[in-house]
Design a protein around this ligand. Sequence first.
Ligand code: G6P
Length: 367
Amino acid sequence: ALIDKGNHRHFMQKEIFEQPVVVAQTLQSYLRPLEEQVALPQMDFELGDIRRVTIVACGTSFYAGMVAKYWFEQFARMPVDLDVASEFRYRQPVLEEGGLALFISQSGETADTLAALRHARAEGQKIAVVVNVPTSSMAREADLLLPTHAGPEIGVASTKAFTCQLAVLAALAANLARARGKLSADEERDIVGHLAEAPAALNAALAHDEDIEAMAHLVAPARDVLYLGRGPDYPMALEGALKLKEISYIHAEGYAAGEMKHGPIALIDENVPVIVLAPSGPLFEKTVSNMQEVQARGGKVILISDAEGIAQAGEGTIATIEMPRVHPLIAPLVYAVPVQLLAYHVAVAKGTDVDQPRNLAKSVTVE
Ligand code: G6P
């Protein structure tokens, strides 16, 4: 099929805006709305027999895995290990019987991830793969193939493949929870309902595109930018920083909000924008107090939260980005949008090559 940018200036922009459609498309394979159940493709083993999950990936796919670790632990009470693929084999991981090794990759060809998959297979693990390219090496080598239906992703910096990975991983979390007896039929029905709302929530997030474009000038001149989050929003902070680095060449770091006082707070001054990802919920107050520590040192905060969170803590920030209020299971999908758009608009403001950033490759097939 001919792939073009349509009305968009860049593939990355097009792919960001495709997310409601491709996430809906992906969820279709994993939800049975009529039965109010989640569902997985056929596999030759029992999910309920799995005793530990080892998640391995690179780059943005690794951050999807990091979000999944929070979900698998919280919802399924499943022990989870997590590694970047380039470290996995070499640290001699202990892989015991009953382990499921889960690989996440847009391309299905990343050399480190593929080598890690083969290592895990040799060590007797069941192999699950979340992958966007159905004909890829990883897809062929899986015991449990969990496709994302994001369609071809052309922009080097991953966007829609990432949110589709999260959608699949959320469904997998629910399946694991059910298999382990941690999910009642009512809870499962609720989860199906919340996941089904994700595309609409993504649309609501995308509606802030112009606001975010208008605040790009707050970030574009910076030399350093910090992203803070807690819980599953911590990996989202890491992903936000990665997106900004990749396409705008601004040095950015994601930090667990509570860890900021152990180092990065030393960097804070009026020239370091701090992007805080904080949906309202049980961790909100704690993140806000970390945010206030930044403000007390003259730091300029951009708060990404829902209306309630912004009403509670928006004062003293230089800007706020309002997200719809959503269930914690879909918050990472929704909060992906503003960090993608911010990176995109900052890069456009700086005039960098958004779709083909210098020194980066779409798929890294060497170690
Ligand atoms: C490269 C790309 C990233 C991607 C990473 C992992 O670094 O530039 O966007 O996240 O590879 O790729 P994969 O295809 O395994 O998800």
